[in-house]
Write a protein that binds this ligand. Structure first.
Ligand code: PMP
Length: 433
């Protein structure tokens, strides 16, 4: 448009003219979301949508949650200042609560402003602590978009440069139902992945860390059998390699059965480093790293984040965390997520082109393939997204290189009635496609 000198009118056209081409928005005609309440959002034309994706992006509990709105506006009216040069009460209080919840002994907490920056900090710690730039990461993983984190992202569709300051080896195991071990029993699958890990480590000396998402998020909500990372832990411990759990999508009870994703792999203890972000402050930008003091304190110079731990975002985090614990939203994720998963399995049973419904709690993936084949079908996934939008439902997509999985991750306060409503809209959309 700009090249043709045509008038640039709609917000989308203006976005296209000014934003990078690779900033690909959802939908042929992207939505301008103007406001939200509970599990619903509205667009600029006044159309109302049930939001089955915002829960993992930003809105952990509910849109416009009054408790968070109040905490944010009160704190914004009081003071917004740096938390790395001056004492800040909400930051210390949130750090204390996160440290206690993390399961990591002698935990220290450092706040950042995104998941990418949290993982970047984790890499800074692990590489400095181990004096090594060698990292193990999982195939099909996503850990962020900075220079270092794209270098540990196994999903090549999300790692836009092959240049990296790190040397990374990619491990099997994050995806249960594709890949060379897909047909194995859980036990054999774990054994094969452990053997693969041992083989990769081989004669390599001094690998710094293994980083893994307990349930792969962008990868399409895939996870290994419970216990895989505990089995990995035994091997890692033998080599002194640290374990970093990326809990950016799996933390705070979303997986239903556990507060953290790593707890499905807890047999040999907690991770050495844990990273979190996304919805902990219900959409305000908070990320962070938790690590044992010995690891956190290994840096021998100051490291600060001007905006990390900002009082307003910390106040939001405290209010949101209090709400989700007081209302047992982990339990809600287990109950309502379980019902939703059952319902989606029933709807899709025997439907040619739906390969799998998988996930945990309120993190559900539906993988689509070309009918009659096992070939991923990104066009179908895109078409279902459009059809669901028409029906008033927002969902996400993901799943490896092919973007062939629908991703469902509503705010954790989702009700049974809303789960039923969303499932019915999705059924219609699948039928239409
Ligand atoms: N880790 C995981 C597992 C993620 O899903 C994401 C975001 N999709 C990130 C890290 C990066 O977080 P952010 O977008 O806040 O930088």
């Amino acid at each position: 448009l700009r090249r043709a000198g045509a008038a640039v009118s709609s917000l989308f056209e203006r976005h296209r003219a000014v934003a990078p081409d690779w900033l690909a928005l959802y939908y042929r005609h992207p939505i301008e979301i103007t406001h939200g309440e509970g599990r619903h959002v509205w667009d600029a034309d006044g159309k109302k949508y049930l939001d089955f994706f915002g829960g993992i992006l930003t809105t952990m509990t509910a849109h416009a949650l009054p408790e968070v709105t109040k905490a944010v506006s009160e704190q914004a009216g009081r003071i917004i200042h740096s938390s790395t040069l001056y004492l800040n009460r909400p930051m210390v209080e949130l750090a204390e609560r996160v440290a206690a919840l993390s399961g990591i002994p002698d935990a220290r907490v450092f706040f950042t402003t995104s998941g990418t920056e949290a993982n970047d900090t984790a890499l800074l710690l692990a590489t400095a602590y181990r004096r090594s730039n060698q990292i193990l990461a999982m195939r099909n993983s996503y850990h962020g978009r900075s220079f270092s984190t794209v270098g540990i992202t196994g999903n090549r569709a999300w790692s836009p440069t092959s240049l990296s300051p790190l040397q990374t080896l990619y491990v099997h195991g994050g995806v249960r139902t594709r890949g060379p071990y897909a047909q194995y029993s859980d036990e054999r699958f774990i054994d094969a992945c452990v053997a693969d890990l041992e083989d990769l480590i081989g004669h390599t000396r001094d690998i710094a860390a293994l980083i893994a998402e307990p349930v792969q998020g962008v990868g399409g909500f895939t996870s290994p059998p419970d216990g895989l990372y505990a089995a990995f832990r035994e091997v890692l411990d033998r080599h002194g390699i640290l374990w970093i759990a990326d809990e950016v999508q799996t933390g705070w009870g979303r997986t239903g059965d556990h507060f953290w994703g790593w707890q499905a792999h807890a047999e040999n203890g907690p991770p050495d480093i844990l990273t979190f972000a996304k919805g902990i402050a219900n959409g305000m930008s908070v990320g962070g790293v938790v690590a044992r003091a010995e690891i956190m304190n290994c840096l021998d110079a100051n490291s600060i984040s001007t905006f990390g731990g900002s009082p307003v975002t910390m106040a939001a985090g405290l209010a949101n965390l209090t709400y989700l614990l007081d209302h047992d939203l982990q339990g809600n994720a287990r109950r309502v997520g379980g019902l939703l998963m059952e319902r989606l399995r029933a709807i899709t049973a025997g439907v040619d082109g739906v390969r799998e419904v998988r996930g945990r709690g309120l993190m559900i993936g539906v993988e689509l393939t070309r009918p009659g084949t096992d070939v991923p079908d990104p066009d179908a996934a895109a078409a279902v997204l459009e059809a669901a939008r028409e029906g008033g439902l927002l969902i996400g997509k993901g799943g490896g290189h092919h973007t062939t999985a629908l991703r469902i991750a509503p705010p954790l306060t989702l009700t049974v009635a809303e789960a039923e409503e969303g499932a019915a809209i999705l059924e219609e959309a699948l039928r239409a496609v």
